[in-house]
Design a protein. Sequence first.
Length: 129
Amino acid sequence: MLQTSLCLTAAAVVVNIWLGIRCGQVRAAQKVSVGDGGNEQLIRRMRAQANFHEQAPLTLILFALVEAAGRGGQWLAPLGAVFILSRIAHAFGMEENGFKPGRGVGMLVGMVTQLTLVVSALGAATGRF
Protein backbone atom coordinates (compact mmCIF):
# COMPACT_ATOMS: atom_id res chain seq x y z
CA MET A 1 0.00 0.00 0.00
CA LEU A 2 1.24 3.48 -0.85
CA GLN A 3 0.39 5.08 2.49
CA THR A 4 2.37 8.28 1.96
CA SER A 5 0.94 8.87 -1.50
CA LEU A 6 -2.59 8.14 -0.30
CA CYS A 7 -2.24 10.65 2.52
CA LEU A 8 -0.72 13.28 0.24
CA THR A 9 -3.45 12.82 -2.34
CA ALA A 10 -6.11 13.13 0.36
CA ALA A 11 -4.44 16.32 1.60
CA ALA A 12 -4.31 17.65 -1.97
CA VAL A 13 -8.03 17.04 -2.40
CA VAL A 14 -8.72 18.99 0.80
CA VAL A 15 -6.55 21.87 -0.48
CA ASN A 16 -8.40 21.78 -3.80
CA ILE A 17 -11.75 21.96 -2.01
CA TRP A 18 -10.47 24.91 0.03
CA LEU A 19 -9.28 26.68 -3.13
CA GLY A 20 -12.68 26.11 -4.74
CA ILE A 21 -14.51 27.45 -1.69
CA ARG A 22 -12.35 30.58 -1.81
CA CYS A 23 -13.40 31.15 -5.42
CA GLY A 24 -17.02 30.48 -4.53
CA GLN A 25 -16.93 33.06 -1.74
CA VAL A 26 -15.92 35.80 -4.17
CA ARG A 27 -18.42 34.57 -6.77
CA ALA A 28 -21.25 34.76 -4.25
CA ALA A 29 -20.21 38.15 -2.87
CA GLN A 30 -19.76 39.70 -6.32
CA LYS A 31 -22.61 37.77 -8.00
CA VAL A 32 -20.34 36.30 -10.69
CA SER A 33 -21.85 33.06 -11.95
CA VAL A 34 -19.60 32.26 -14.91
CA GLY A 35 -16.08 33.40 -15.70
CA ASP A 36 -14.31 36.00 -13.61
CA GLY A 37 -16.56 39.03 -14.20
CA GLY A 38 -13.42 41.16 -14.42
CA ASN A 39 -13.02 40.86 -10.65
CA GLU A 40 -9.31 40.87 -9.79
CA GLN A 41 -9.75 38.99 -6.53
CA LEU A 42 -11.66 36.23 -8.32
CA ILE A 43 -9.07 36.12 -11.10
CA ARG A 44 -6.31 35.71 -8.52
CA ARG A 45 -8.14 32.95 -6.69
CA MET A 46 -9.04 31.16 -9.91
CA ARG A 47 -5.38 31.29 -11.00
CA ALA A 48 -4.26 29.95 -7.63
CA GLN A 49 -6.61 26.99 -8.05
CA ALA A 50 -5.63 26.53 -11.71
CA ASN A 51 -1.95 26.59 -10.78
CA PHE A 52 -2.66 23.93 -8.17
CA HIS A 53 -4.30 21.84 -10.91
CA GLU A 54 -1.26 22.37 -13.12
CA GLN A 55 1.29 21.36 -10.48
CA ALA A 56 -0.28 18.83 -8.12
CA PRO A 57 -1.30 15.89 -10.37
CA LEU A 58 2.10 15.09 -11.90
CA THR A 59 3.80 15.70 -8.57
CA LEU A 60 1.43 13.29 -6.81
CA ILE A 61 2.04 10.71 -9.54
CA LEU A 62 5.78 11.05 -8.98
CA PHE A 63 5.30 10.64 -5.22
CA ALA A 64 3.34 7.44 -5.82
CA LEU A 65 5.82 6.01 -8.32
CA VAL A 66 8.83 6.81 -6.14
CA GLU A 67 7.06 5.20 -3.19
CA ALA A 68 6.05 2.16 -5.28
CA ALA A 69 9.66 1.78 -6.41
CA GLY A 70 10.69 1.53 -2.77
CA ARG A 71 12.65 4.76 -2.88
CA GLY A 72 10.56 6.71 -0.38
CA GLY A 73 12.22 6.04 2.91
CA GLN A 74 11.91 8.52 5.74
CA TRP A 75 12.17 11.62 3.53
CA LEU A 76 9.12 11.14 1.30
CA ALA A 77 6.35 12.05 3.77
CA PRO A 78 8.05 15.23 5.05
CA LEU A 79 8.76 16.28 1.46
CA GLY A 80 5.10 15.74 0.65
CA ALA A 81 3.99 17.80 3.63
CA VAL A 82 6.29 20.61 2.53
CA PHE A 83 4.87 20.39 -0.99
CA ILE A 84 1.27 20.66 0.26
CA LEU A 85 2.19 23.60 2.51
CA SER A 86 3.94 25.27 -0.43
CA ARG A 87 0.72 25.10 -2.47
CA ILE A 88 -1.16 26.77 0.40
CA ALA A 89 1.53 29.45 0.66
CA HIS A 90 1.25 30.00 -3.10
CA ALA A 91 -2.51 30.54 -2.81
CA PHE A 92 -2.05 33.11 -0.05
CA GLY A 93 0.68 34.74 -2.11
CA MET A 94 -1.72 35.20 -5.00
CA GLU A 95 -3.97 37.45 -2.89
CA GLU A 96 -3.64 41.17 -3.63
CA ASN A 97 -2.92 42.01 0.00
CA GLY A 98 -1.86 38.52 0.99
CA PHE A 99 1.38 36.83 1.95
CA LYS A 100 3.31 38.07 -1.10
CA PRO A 101 6.43 35.93 -0.56
CA GLY A 102 4.17 32.89 -0.54
CA ARG A 103 3.73 32.94 -4.29
CA GLY A 104 7.44 32.71 -5.06
CA VAL A 105 8.19 30.42 -2.14
CA GLY A 106 5.35 28.14 -3.16
CA MET A 107 6.58 27.91 -6.74
CA LEU A 108 10.24 27.43 -5.76
CA VAL A 109 9.49 24.75 -3.17
CA GLY A 110 7.20 23.02 -5.66
CA MET A 111 9.91 22.95 -8.31
CA VAL A 112 12.56 21.71 -5.86
CA THR A 113 10.13 19.00 -4.72
CA GLN A 114 9.52 17.96 -8.32
CA LEU A 115 13.24 17.88 -9.15
CA THR A 116 13.96 15.82 -6.02
CA LEU A 117 11.31 13.31 -7.08
CA VAL A 118 12.65 13.26 -10.65
CA VAL A 119 16.15 12.43 -9.45
CA SER A 120 14.81 9.69 -7.20
CA ALA A 121 12.62 8.30 -10.00
CA LEU A 122 15.53 8.27 -12.44
CA GLY A 123 17.69 6.59 -9.83
CA ALA A 124 15.06 3.90 -9.37
CA ALA A 125 14.62 3.46 -13.11
CA THR A 126 18.31 3.18 -13.92
CA GLY A 127 19.64 1.70 -10.70
CA ARG A 128 22.54 4.13 -10.91
CA PHE A 129 21.91 6.41 -7.94
